[in-house]
Design a protein around this ligand. Structure first.
Ligand code: PMP
Length: 297
């Protein structure tokens, strides 16, 4: 955990079209987004001064807002520019980028027709989502009691604040038992994902991953599937039953923050971080590096 509280970091935050001092990027307590979770956000990483898949993330931010019934008053290009400029202003080459959009404080109550839509971007240095010493050995996951909900009960394709209520509950329960994170089943009982990352398994040289039909189809998940297929590996997207956990040999998580993280345990089930996991960790590390033209000598 950072020793300095997040509201006391240094630099600037881009907020509603302006760069404001970090400490001044505040909202009122009667903000709709705070009371009713009318907020959508992104999580991105910059490597070597460039934000990986920036436009894809910004497009997802716009799409999440559309799903929640609001329009962000800044175009994808404007938000992309804000992210790039802020990265330079913060002086980081490797960093974490957090864009967020939310309904403001003009109207209180469930209805928020006259609330303004706000948008902000913050950038800080977040080296590893999981303890780096543990990461290479494989992290330990609890099995969450909460399940990813039926898409008929919540807009599960949006990266929206409200979807994270059960993630924080599950992660806290896991941490209380000494686990790094938790694996969640979905409402039907199929294996779904971790609290902030997608999940993959390896068995007999083939890769299996849950169908993202009630949770985020992560940008890292999609990238890793392409990387695996480029290696000639078979990737099978399908419903995965809990009984199958016993038979999988390797397991790893994917996410913009988590990158590719090997998993050693899920509750009573054990996995060995093996060759395929290591190959995809390395391929992902190479893929995120900026593609610069190599100057001829
Ligand atoms: N699932 C959840 C619940 C997440 O929070 C994230 C992180 N955004 C992911 C999956 C992975 O998504 P991505 O690879 O796009 O970061």
């Amino acid at each position: 955990m950072a020793s300095v509280p997040f509201d006391q970091l240094d630099g600037f935050i881009w907020m509603n079209g302006e760069f404001v001092k970090w400490a001044d990027a505040k909202i009122h307590v009667l903000t709709h987004g705070l009371h009713y979770a009318s907020a959508v956000f992104e999580g991105e990483r910059a490597y070597g001064g460039e934000i990986f898949k920036l436009t894809q993330h910004t497009e997802r931010l716009h799409e999440s807002a559309r799903i929640l019934g609001f329009t962000i008053p800044y175009s994808v290009a404007e938000i992309d520019d804000a992210c790039r400029e802020l990265l330079k202003k913060q002086g980081f080459s490797d960093a974490y980028i957090r864009p967020i959009a939310w309904r403001g404080s003009e109207q209180m109550g469930v209805s928020a027709q006259s609330s303004k839509i706000n948008c902000a971007v913050a950038i800080w240095q977040w080296p590893s989502y999981f303890d780096p010493a543990q990461k290479m050995k494989g992290i330990r996951l609890d099995i969450a009691e909460w399940r990813r909900p039926d898409p008929r009960t919540i807009p599960s394709r949006a990266k929206a604040a409200g979807l994270y209520m059960i993630c924080t509950l599950s992660k806290h329960a896991a941490e209380a038992k000494g686990y790094a994170d938790a694996m969640m089943f979905d409402w039907r009982g199929y294996v779904a994902e971790a609290t902030g990352a997608n999940i993959f398994f390896v068995k007999d040289g083939k890769i299996h991953t849950p169908l993202p039909d009630c949770f985020l189809n992560g940008i890292t998940r999609q990238t890793v599937i392409v990387l695996a297929r480029q290696r000639g590996l078979e990737v099978i997207e399908r419903h995965i039953q809990p009984e199958e956990l016993e038979g999988f040999e390797q397991c790893f998580l994917t996410g913009s923050a988590a990158e590719v993280t090997p998993v050693a345990e899920i509750g009573p089930y054990n996995f060995q971080p093996g060759e395929i996991t290591r190959t995809l960790m390395n391929d992902y590390s190479a893929a995120v590096q900026p593609k610069r033209a190599i100057a001829a000598e």
